[in-house]
Design a protein. Structure first.
Length: 463
């Protein structure tokens, strides 16, 4: 894999700085893409540094990057009432003589106002905004100068960091969107006030004026960035990790893998599993639970596992259903157990938003599911990148209504009773989707911008 050719003709290795608030040892899915880029860039001969807000692992360095190549910067302050509890009064003045109930309502109102001010004014562009000044100062003190900077978001505070460093060091920076920000992302703008949305949009537009190019995970998202901000944007999908940390090598005997995953589910049961975050009204298990209810007694030999952050969506949906005894909710689980649950399942469930606005969304766990080589049941809109990818590779089905989901579950259950299992996906379904396939193209893009010694400030079109 070829390295970069810097514009100065020195022949030295290209230098890449990756700005990523989330980075290993964080197990968040957002940490994987920057970690993979760092790993593959080093293997290709790049000189790599990472600037992150994730603390080091007390147990010692991991496998992604030597710790001496990682610059870890902590936030400079915490806004009272936003990121945590307000600091205590160090003097204790007034606490002995004040009626504890006299000003309770006033204090509660003050706290609400403080949180609102923090969200609207200080938490721009996101709750990690207080990381920006410390990370810029911390990196500049290293004295190391990259040829190109890549900022991976969300959180988009990293874009501010990258643009600031790019301006100060006079090197180009690349905006890497794992998801969109102020345009085309209903999850981001949900609950925000109109002034805050306008402020974020203004900031995003201003930041992209200095970006050398944009990179994102699907063509619909790339089209949105091009048409809205006039920024040159390329597609580099996420990919399948050949052997993610903590993952089982391969699912073998079903009962054994179910025990290893901590699941008390009989071998004979058709095991459905969803791993990851759910969102009310958008990524909701309701249609799947309704389908199980429609099956009546036929559902007795099926079981659904919902593993992910317990934000109440799974719990509330199960409580409203009539099939609670067929569902296990685990709450958040470590990455290793998530991999084992996927390996143990007969069918993996990908819950998406049944709306054309979700056409460009490609959840990272889709590639985890493909690696597990289990058939995928996508519950969501029949068009879009995920639907096309799953359909073109015969990797599963995309359904949205409870009756059609019920019929598909009935068919899989009958197949398992008849054949002893639901067949795994063929290896060919994964061709071209491995992480290294995607990262090779990414490094070629970065080679094209590495070594530019001035920030791009050409005019942009669009809003």
């Amino acid at each position: 894999m070829a390295g970069p050719h810097p514009a100065d003709g020195s022949g030295r290795r290209g230098r890449l700085l990756i700005v990523a608030h989330c980075f290993p040892p964080s197990e968040l899915v957002g940490a994987r893409r920057p970690a993979a880029l760092a790993r593959f860039a080093r293997a290709a001969g790049w000189d790599v540094r990472v600037l992150t807000g994730t603390p080091a692992d007390p147990a010692g360095p991991g496998e992604d990057l030597p710790e001496e190549l990682v610059v870890r910067a902590a936030p400079v302050f915490r806004w009272p009432g936003v990121g945590g509890p307000a600091p205590a009064d160090p003097t204790g003045a007034g606490t002995a003589t004040t009626d504890p109930t006299r000003f309770a309502a006033a204090r509660a109102t003050a706290r609400r106002v403080a949180r609102g001010v923090g969200r609207e004014v200080l938490m721009v562009p996101d709750s990690d905004a207080n990381w920006i000044p410390s990370s810029v100062r911390r990196f500049l003190r290293t004295g190391w100068r990259p040829d190109v900077i890549v900022a991976s978001g969300p959180p988009f505070s990293g874009f501010v960091v990258a643009a600031t460093l790019g301006r100060k060091l006079r090197v180009p920076w690349v905006a890497d969107y794992r998801d969109l920000w102020t345009v085309g992302n209903e999850y981001w703008v949900h609950g925000q006030t109109a002034p805050r949305r306008r402020a974020d949009h203004w900031l995003e537009r201003r930041l992209l004026r200095s970006a050398a190019l944009g990179v994102t995970i699907s063509e619909p998202l790339a089209r949105t960035l091009r048409s809205t901000f006039g920024v040159e944007t390329h597609v580099v999908m996420n990919g399948i990790d050949r052997r993610p940390p903590g993952s089982p090598a391969r699912a073998t005997e079903p009962a054994a893998t179910r025990r290893a995953a901590g699941l008390d589910v009989p071998e004979s049961a058709l095991l459905l599993a969803h791993t990851g975050v759910l969102y009310p009204g958008r990524r909701d298990p309701g249609p799947l639970l309704d389908a199980l209810a429609l099956l009546g007694d036929d559902a007795r030999n099926m079981h659904l596992v919902l593993a992910g952050v317990d934000n109440g969506v799974a719990r509330d949906a199960v409580a409203r259903s009539t099939v609670a005894d067929l569902v296990t909710t685990t709450g958040q689980v470590p990455a290793e157990r998530s991999w084992r649950i996927q390996a143990a399942a007969d069918v993996l469930v990908l819950l998406m938003w049944d709306d054309p606005m979700d056409a460009g969304t490609v959840p990272g766990k889709l590639f985890d599911y493909l690696r597990a080589r289990r058939p995928i049941l996508v519950v969501g809109h029949p068009d879009g990148v995920v639907a096309e990818l799953v359909g073109s590779r015969n990797a599963g089905v995309v359904l949205s209504s409870a009756p059609e989901i019920a019929e598909q579950l009935r068919a899989w259950s009958a197949q398992k009773r008849r054949d002893g299992g639901v067949p795994a996906l063929p290896e060919s379904a994964l061709d071209g989707l491995y992480r290294d396939d995607q990262m090779a193209g990414y490094l070629r893009l970065l080679s094209g911008v590495a070594g530019r010694h001035r920030v791009v400030t050409r005019p942009r079109t669009g809003a």
